[in-house]
Design a protein around this ligand. Sequence first.
Ligand code: AKB
Length: 320
Amino acid sequence: MKNILVIGSTGQIGSELTMKLRREIPGSTVVAGYIPGAEPKGILLESGPAEIADVRDGATLAGIVARYRIDTIYNLAALLSAVAERKPLLAWDIQMNGLLNILEVAREKGCAVFTPSSIGSFGPETPHDGTPQDTIQRPRSMYGVTKVATELLSDYYFHKYGVDTRSVRFPGLISYVTPPGGGTTDYSVEMYYAAVKGEVYTCPIGAGTFMDMMYMADALRAAVQLMEADPARLRHRNAFNIASMSFDPEILAAAIRRQIPSFTFKYDVDPVRQAIANSWPDRLDDRCAREEWDWAPQFDIDRMTTEMIAGLRKKFGIQA
Ligand code: AKB
């Protein structure tokens, strides 16, 4: 992994992954791919090359891959679950037609490809507690449908053409750097923002709704560690369950109150997001990732909460 294209480099995951790769992979060129309207700024723009890379434009992708001799593509272009329900055709176009363009370029130019899957790839019939690596995947959301299809198509390109595709099923990702947009798990990030700003938070997900969540530092490490893993050890590829914590809004609020005792919140449940959340697992079993590429999370809810609060206070210039 030396010459890397990150597609979706200005998004929630991409903005931090691009910088991590630039910092941590010596001698690498990491191209920040973006779409017009989501241009990289600041350190992301100044620290390396940036190119317009719309997944729906295969010819442009092929040009970038050839020009920079790209060997690894992180494909982070996606509409998240709630917004994909509002725009299902656009979600399909980006997530599926876009993926096909990337896999075709990868097949022709010999690139490895990471395209994240999600806890959203599971559905109501999936066992919800200790969700196994290999189990029923019959999601009811468009986001979930595209994520299952992403897993299958990525495996297809590996088995048929030998394209080195690898992936994880990300939980809800929590970070203070770039906010997520339009996900079902976003309430967790929003709760931290409200707590640090001294606001009362209105939670769209009901009490008792458990979902897997993960601090961004663990998620980024997982992606890079999997792409660097010894292929001989991988019995699975697309995509590995990974997990670090599972909570409902009450548990998260209690963790925040341990550090900001004045924090308060109320509920105004959004039926669309609640229905999606109800269909997702409560807690994944990630033993295959642990066995096949030594996955191990480093952040629990309290360590994450300490970092989130410190990071947001710094971002907004708020004193403790
Ligand atoms: C979402 O909520 O849509 C995402 C996800 C879990 O994939 N954060």
